[in-house]
Design a protein. Sequence first.
Length: 121
Amino acid sequence: MLINGAVIENGDRRSRLSIVSPNANILRLRDAIHPDEARTPVRRLCYAAQLVLTGDANAEEAQPQLLRNVEELSRILTDPDSRKLLTTATEALIDGQFYQCLKALRALIPREDRLFAATRQ
């Protein structure tokens, strides 16, 4: 788990953490996308949002580009489920909630995988 730039690892037993600080940037490492995996439009967007969470990108600078990229995706992913997730991602970005944006975008990865698999056949 990454919290405001500090990596925290579970011990032998799972623990419950309560984060009381508002606006703390938290990213579970199992949710993290490795740079080598950011090869598709949705994964690149997820990675860009992740960079803000890890402190490797400035939120104010990243937000406009992320919003443009989400808008571009909304022209391609037009089914109701994708639209709902893209709307959630957009609203999260507008509110500066990059984790919620990442969460919504990650839900699009299986759909994107299916679309790419279908075009390869």
